[in-house]
Design a protein around this ligand. Structure first.
Ligand code: NAI
Length: 321
């Protein structure tokens, strides 16, 4: 029999919980005893406008089902106000689900500063602001759970989403650092790249596929990662359509160069197959996972690099910022 994970006495903030994935998380937490802050600005998919209706509807649904929830209509950019709502209503915050998001898809040649900035503000600054406002409470109470929301576009890149993919990958490294800083305070942070039917995806996928991509199929992993019994932290998961998988960084064995005057751009050319050879991979998880002292010793022990033709750039104009 599957375990029924409970969240009685825990307070959860779910941003962007007025629809899509956020709504599914809010309902699932409430059903398992949590107090839920249903945050939603209620604007359009592109981030225009605002309304209280989206958050109110989800709060109504939770209360009608016998759960505990309050609405908050602030933008995630005002993270302190969302945390204030939680503390005022329930006296604490235990879990932050940074889920709110918008899209401003455009090919890079047509992207404007506004398209870029608004996406960074909602996804990156919004996740920062809400988490920052909860963080010291987490530290004091020696408990906290954070879920950030990345995207396959952030991991792999995607046509028309330079702004969005940059923001989404930023949330992966944000999570990795939060996990390291939170470890000794029993704060766990993880990041998901979900796939689900919502107003974000309804125009880019056919109806029969959308029917199998219920947001409800993402919620189980999110709730598992937020439970008090969960040790997992600093990890990235792809989740959706009944599929859950963990991703990690992989480093090729790499190549070593003698670090003397023979280490020229042309010396890289013959070693390119080694640099890109993943047959003996490593899986680093911290900045100290490369033993630089040993690498320096090994590089110094090498003979000088073979004198190939150096690379030339006549006729090219280079901008170095
Ligand atoms: P959705 O559009 O249904 O939900 C996003 C919610 O965030 C909306 O209710 C919106 O009003 C709210 N929101 C937007 N800006 C806000 C702000 N500044 N402050 C507070 N609330 C705000 O979209 P969906 O699909 O549920 O997306 C949820 C998250 O999952 C987003 O971060 C999205 O980028 C991410 N995601 C979704 C995928 C999918 O397949 N649906 C794929 C990859 C990532």
């Amino acid at each position: 029999m599957a375990h029924k994970l409970r969240f009685d006495g825990r307070t959860v903030i779910v941003t962007g919980a007025g629809g899509g994935l956020g709504r599914a998380y809010a309902l699932a937490f409430a059903e398992r005893g949590a107090n839920v802050v249903v945050n939603d600005l209620g604007g359009s998919r592109a981030g225009d406008g605002s309304s209280t209706a989206a958050a109110d509807q989800v709060v109504d649904e939770i209360i009608r089902a016998g759960g505990k929830a309050v609405a908050n209509y602030n933008s995630v950019d005002d993270g302190e106000k969302i945390v204030e709502t939680a503390v005022k209503a329930f006296g604490r915050v235990d879990i932050v689900i940074n889920n709110a998001g918008i899209l401003r898809d455009k090919s890079f040649s047509r992207m404007t500063d506004q398209d870029w900035d608004l996406i960074q503000t909602v996804h990156v600054r919004g996740s920062y602001k809400v988490t920052r406002a909860a963080w010291n409470l987490f530290q004091k109470q020696k408990f906290g759970r954070v879920i950030n929301t990345a995207s396959a576009a952030g991991i792999y890149g995607n046509f028309g989403q330079a702004n969005y993919s940059a923001a989404k990958l930023a949330l992966v490294s944000f999570t990795e650092t939060l996990a390291k800083e939170g470890a000794k305070h029993n704060i766990r942070a993880n990041v998901i790249a979900p796939i689900a039917a919502s107003r974000m995806t309804e125009t880019i996928m056919p109806p029969d596929i959308l029917a199998s991509l219920k947001p409800d199929y993402v919620a189980p992993l999110v709730l598992y990662l937020c439970h008090e019994s969960t040790e997992e932290s600093g990890s990235l998961f792809e989740v959706g359509a009944g599929f859950v998988a963990k991703l990690r960084w992989e480093r090729s064995k790499g190549a070593l160069f003698k670090t003397d005057e023979t280490f020229l751009p042309g010396a890289v050319v013959p070693k390119w197959p080694e640099i890109t050879d993943f047959s003996q991979p490593q899986y680093p998880t911290s900045t100290t996972d490369a033993d630089f002292v040993s690498l320096i010793e090994q590089a110094n022990a090498l003979p000088s690099n073979p004198k190939g033709d150096d690379l030339r750039y006549e006729g090219k104009v280079v901008v170095v910022t």
